[in-house]
Design a protein around this ligand. Structure first.
Ligand code: TYD
Ligand code: MG
Length: 459
């Protein structure tokens, strides 16, 4: 048999693109300084992505779609209702789910909680990072029933798959993809080719056996070094863990889901005994203090299909130095600059010489434009030192000409605000929602532009 040869190639650690020579910028995804050197085997042995190229099903004859039986995918409940909701109603049989996040955010904790909350599900927990004893110590801390959870400390994928075939568990968890390697490749664990190969082998295993696999992957602060980004095409579902470093709350966001909707969000609280689900995030994220503080406004947002309210805090003060500071925590600073420019130009507020700080409650990161109106209100409130009553909230997007644009599902936001005891909500004049929503004991103030908001709010 011919000996496998190895060669050196350059691979983009973001998208996995291969190139024979080093380049400053990846030609496929346009990322800078992401090309890393890799040794790959060529020839009769397995090569990078070999398992992936072989596909997930062996038969290649086309079939009529109508003749394919659709007995409905079977879903497995993970015992954590919020995670089940995020997945679209449980874990689909034979699916490969990637949980990504920065080191220390709680990926191992969450994945170990799944078997502990779900003793009827036989789970194989494969760890390449911790010893079996460490996993045991963690499980003791988390509590729960560990009788049906098998732990394997192993990093070679072929061995893992052999064990899994022998045990045939109901769920397999692999922590983490960066520590795994396939014997078919020469490169070291954590390299782009090993990560792709590992994921491809696990995908094939999941599809062949119907055993769902949860794969854990680290992302670094800078984005992803040989990280889960390159896996996003391969896996069925991508869940991303986010949260401020010292923040108590952790967010699990669905970024890709072949079996459900994305843009869903689950909120967890990190406690001494693991992650606790926060079933009703609004109650934690709205002000605890009474009246009397300027710079605070509440936004009525949607995370996927669920409305939630969050406190937005702002502080506007005279700049101590020549160039004013603009700092946003949990919000895109460029969008904050845009909103400040709109306030300056369209509403005549002199903010150019002011420092502006913006903060979202609970360390959450908000990307929804419906938050704009609350941000504008918080900034104006701090600027003129006028407090917004604590039973008022906002839902609207601000456009470049200062107009307030309607946001989707306004009615659900109004109902949630009313349920949480708010007495007034500001929305766009152009919003449309059923009449009966407005007649629920909450005043709906419609505003068309920022000037109208100021007149109405600060009269
Ligand atoms: P971990 O799950 O190991 O993070 P990851 O696998 O994403 O790297 O742990 C996250 C952090 O959570 C760790 O710094 C300690 C903390 N922690 C708690 O606060 N309470 C707990 O019960 C556990 C198990 C961890
Ligand atoms: Mg870990």
């Amino acid at each position: 048999m011919a000996q496998a040869k190895t060669k050196t190639v350059w691979m983009c650690s973001d998208c996995g693109n291969e190139s024979p020579k080093w380049m400053g910028r990846c030609p496929a995804c346009g990322a800078w300084n992401t090309m890393v050197e890799e040794r790959v085997s060529v020839g009769p042995q397995a090569s990078a992505g070999g398992a992936l190229r072989q596909g997930v099903v062996s038969s290649s004859a086309p079939v009529s779609l109508s003749s394919v039986s659709s007995s409905g995918e079977r879903r497995i409940s993970l015992g954590l209702p919020e995670v089940d909701r995020l997945l679209g109603g449980g874990l689909v049989e034979g699916s490969l789910v990637l949980i990504g996040g920065e080191p220390g955010i709680g990926k191992s904790t969450l994945s170990l909680q799944i078997p502990l909350c779900n003793p009827s599900l036989k789970t194989l927990y494969v760890t390449g990072e911790e010893s079996v004893r460490q996993v045991k110590l963690r499980s003791d801390r988390l509590g729960g029933d560990a009788s049906n959870c098998l732990v394997l400390s192993e990093t070679m994928v072929e061995n893992i798959l052999d064990s899994a075939r022998g045990i045939s568990p109901g769920l397999m968890i692999v922590d983490s993809v960066q520590t795994m390697y396939s014997e078919g490749l020469e490169s070291s664990p954590g390299s782009v080719s090993q990560i792709k190969e590992t994921a491809a082998l696990l995908l094939r295993f999941a599809k062949e056996t119907g055993i769902p696999v949860i794969l854990i992957g680290h992302i670094t602060k800078e984005g992803s070094i040989a990280g889960p980004k390159i896996l996003e095409h391969i896996v069925d579902v991508v869940l991303q863990f986010e949260g401020e470093d010292k923040g108590q709350y952790r967010l699990l966001r669905s970024i890709k889901n072949r079996f459900g909707s994305t843009s869903e969000l689950a909120v967890f609280e990190m406690t001494g005994t693991g992650l606790k689900e926060v079933a009703n995030p609004s109650e934690l994220l709205i002000p605890m203090h009474g009246e009397g503080l300027s710079g605070i406004a509440v936004a009525a947002l949607m995370d996927g299909t669920r409305p939630f309210l969050i406190e937005v805090q702002s502080l506007v003060s005279s700049a101590a130095y020549g160039t004013p500071q603009r700092t946003a925590t949990g919000f895109d600073p460029r969008r904050l600059n845009m909103l400040l420019a709109v306030l300056e130009k369209r509403a005549g507020f002199r903010l150019a010489a002011k420092d502006v700080f913006l903060n979202m409650a609970g360390g959450l990161r908000i990307t929804e434009p419906a938050c704009d109106l609350a941000i504008v209100a918080a900034v104006l409130s701090s600027n003129i030192d006028f407090c917004i009553p604590s039973d008022v909230c906002f839902a609207g997007e601000v456009g470049l000409s200062g107009e307030i644009r309607p946001v989707p599902q306004t009615d659900r936001r109004i109902i949630e605000a009313q349920r949480l005891g708010f007495r007034k909500i500001y929305v766009s004049s152009y919003s449309s929602f059923p009449e009966k929503t407005a007649a629920r004991g909450i005043a709906v103030a419609r505003v068309g532009d920022i000037a109208a908001l100021c007149r109405n709010l600060f009269k």
